[in-house]
Design a protein around this ligand. Structure first.
Ligand SMILES: [Zn+2]
Length: 252
């Protein structure tokens, strides 16, 4: 296979041997790609900066027998403001974690690349991290085809009645009306937030304000939808919760 160039966003990195790193990139043209950056742990390595998580870079990559190898890299955008703020950083790590867990390697999806990087730009330019992250979750599930039906009950098929309640049923992976579901119920109006966010263009998010009550419900319901799809524990979500608690503790 021939060497290729790719714009890639660093989802995560880990160490390989003494001096090398592996970076997990989400690229525009090739989807998720893991590649070796040789010598990247050495002081003054030209590849070190391009291995930093949550940065966008242009890579020259040579396909290898087991893993692709990065030969050159050039910085595109470092998202300095996101990476310098603990809360923004925690949310961004969580979003990168989700993008990693929900995708397989070499399955290109340009809409997903645009969504991952678009949410980073929104956060970088001052959009509320929690709102950006709810937007990220709903639209991620929409793009990948995992967003449950928000119009009809997944058990009886009836349209949800305005002013009613809905329940998320893990066994069916969908929303049920209060007649069919049991347990913790959410207002039906929450589903219009989910639908609205999932279909929203990134520039429109700046104009959106979600009331605090709906924000709390959205967080819970998206957590249920996401955890229902994953087998791995989301440690980065726990990190977000810790940072939020710390912020509240110091009165911010
Ligand atoms: Zn029903």
């Amino acid at each position: 296979m021939l060497p290729y160039s790719a714009d890639g966003f660093v989802l995560r990195r880990y160490d390989l041997r003494e001096a090398d790193r592996i970076v997990v990139l989400y690229t525009r043209d090739r989807g998720k790609v893991s590649a070796v950056a040789k010598g990247a742990k050495r002081l003054h390595s030209k590849l070190a900066a391009a291995c930093e998580p949550l940065t966008l870079n242009r890579y020259s990559i040579s396909p290898g027998r087991n893993l692709d190898v990065i030969s050159q890299a050039e910085s595109r955008f470092t998202f300095h403001y996101v990476r310098a703020d603990l809360e923004r950083l925690a949310y961004a790590i969580y979003r990168a974690d989700l993008a990693d867990l929900f995708t397989d390697e070499h399955m290109p999806d340009e809409a997903l690349f645009a969504h991952i990087t678009g949410c980073m730009y929104l956060s970088e330019y001052g959009c509320d991290s929690e709102t950006v992250t709810r937007y990220f979750e709903t639209r991620l599930l929409r793009i990948l085809g995992y967003l449950p039906d928000t119009e009809r009950c997944c058990v009886c098929g009836k349209e949800f009645a305005e002013g009613g309640k809905v329940v998320f049923l893990p066994s069916s992976g969908g929303f049920a009306c209060s007649d069919c579901g049991g347990g913790d119920a959410f207002p039906v109006s929450l589903l219009s937030y989910i639908r609205g966010l999932a279909d929203l263009g990134p520039k429109k998010l700046i104009d959106i304000t979600i009331p605090d009550g709906a924000k709390r419900d959205l967080e819970q319901v998206m957590r249920l939808c996401i955890e229902n799809q994953l087998t791995n524990r989301l440690k980065s979500k726990e990190f977000v919760d810790i940072v939020k608690r710390l912020r509240r503790g110091v009165g911010e």
